[in-house]
Design a protein around this ligand. Sequence first.
Ligand code: G3P
Length: 218
Amino acid sequence: MKFFIDTANLAQIKEACDLGVLDGVTTNPSLMAKEGIKGIKNQHQHYIDICRLVQGDVSAEVIATDYEGMIREGEELAALNEHIVVKIPCIADGIKAIKYFTSKGIRTNCTLVFSAGQALLAAKVGATYVSPFVGRLDDVCNDGIGLVARIVEMYRAYNFKTQVLAASIRHTQHIIQCAEVGADVVTCPLSAIKGLLNHPLTDAGLAKFLADYQKTNG
Ligand code: G3P
């Protein structure tokens, strides 16, 4: 399973990269806004800066919601760097735009996916990634991980090439569950990635080893 980080924060991307586990980055308009990056020029530069940090796929989302606008923005984004994946919302014009980008060899991430039906359409038009939102489904008493599992099973049955990128990951248990149901990629906040390391028995065991070493070598 590939690990992506779900942020536009350069320091966090670098920290995850330095840990040696990072395969890519996903961003969205909310995450870009959080970094306070204003204006198209600066936003494009920020995507380029992210691409320089991580040698992996970087999802950059279009703002337009109409077909022509998505094509225009997506082509601009894709031209920024070879690692850019154009992120497109799962709406009718978005599906049409993904079909266009597939025909042009431009990679896409179909986002805001909350049902197996939406994931089926994304795969039909050749999306590179599909992003089911696990946490947001859980927030409304739905089964986010269950949806990831259904999509994985459905894609396997028909040998769809679209990769299942589990998004809206909130904690370490989501990451483990995604791995258990066979997600291709999980995109998570840095805190969830680092949380995988935590275990009190590791800390206690290390403290004891060091204390015993000090007794004889002190
Ligand atoms: O990038 C989309 C997704 O990961 C959003 O997560 O936590 O805002 O639901 P969240």
